[in-house]
Structure formats: C-alpha cells, structure tokens
Design a protein around this ligand. Structure first.
Ligand code: ZN
Length: 165
C-alpha cells in the first residue's frame, strides 16, 4: 500500500526515532515503504517520512532493495565526497552535501537476525541520508553553505526522481 509522505514541517521529521522492539508489525510497514519508495521514484525512504517515529529505512539502489532495522553506522571512511542530494520530504530542493564515501552498518533483518553491510558510492550515500532521517536530520542541516541550496523546476525535479533503473 502506498503511504502518504508527511509535510516537511511535520515534527516527526525533526526528532530522533525510537528503536524497534517488536518485529511482528514491521514486515507490513517495510513492504509498504518499499512500494512507496518505488512509486515515488526514490532510492531510499525512512519511517519518519511516512509519519512513523521508528528506526527503519529502505533503500533501492542499482535494482536491489534492502530493509534496515535499528541500523547503526559503525565505521566511516576518511575519504569525503560531495554529491547533490535531494529528498522526497523536501520537494524540489537540491544541495551539495559532503559525506564519507564508504560506511559499514550493522542492523537487523526482517527476521531479527543481526546483519552487517559495507557500502560504497550511491548506496553509502543513501544509507547516510536515510540514517540521518532516523536522527531527525535533513540534508540541508548537513550542507556547509546553505546559500547553495537550489530550488529545481518541477520538470527538473520529476526527472531526478524518475528512477529509471
Ligand atoms: Zn530524505
């Protein structure tokens, strides 16, 4: 089921989310989040974006979909790279954010099994962006110079989120 996204000024986007203790309800939420991410054309979606203050996000990079429950980034590379980020919760905004180019993350699978992943390039970027959502942080908060935040035209925005893969 496609879920509605909350507005950018919704308090749920601006506060830390709670750890998940009961996995039984999460399966349905995860499936709905993946469907919503696909239909929105995004490469990631975190629970606060659909109004739920719980620690789960999904990614869809390079045709592979992942569910991350109670994720913790345990290692960041020293190499920092810039990238123009956008966010489904901040329509038409785009800005350069510098982040480590690799991360290692531990999390729980939908079955509750501890997992670990080392990610690079776009997946590492998306993981950090979505993890920030669980802390109540949006990408403009990470920009070195907020004056470089751009507002795209609707056409530019739509083409960014077509997710042509
Ligand atoms: Zn976002």
């Amino acid at each position: 089921m496609r879920l509605p996204l909350v507005a950018s000024d919704d308090p749920v986007l601006h506060k830390p989310a709670s750890p998940i203790t009961d996995l039984t309800e999460v399966k349905g939420i995860a499936a709905d989040m993946i469907e919503t991410m696909r239909l929105e054309g995004g490469v990631g979606l975190a629970a606060p974006q659909i109004g739920k203050s719980i620690r789960i996000f999904v990614t869809g990079v390079g045709g592979t979909e992942h569910v991350f429950i109670n994720p913790q980034i345990e290692w960041y590379s020293e190499t920092i790279v810039p990238y123009e980020e956008g966010c489904l919760s901040l329509p038409r905004l785009q800005g350069v954010v510098e982040r480590p180019d690799r991360v290692r993350l531990q999390y729980l699978s939908l079955e509750g099994a501890p997992q670990r992943i080392e990610a690079s390039e776009l997946l590492a970027r998306v993981i950090q962006h979505e993890h920030d959502h669980l802390e109540g942080i949006l990408f403009p908060d990470r920009m070195k110079d907020i004056r470089t935040l751009k507002t795209l035209t609707q056409e530019e925005w739509d083409s960014r989120f077509e997710n042509k893969e």
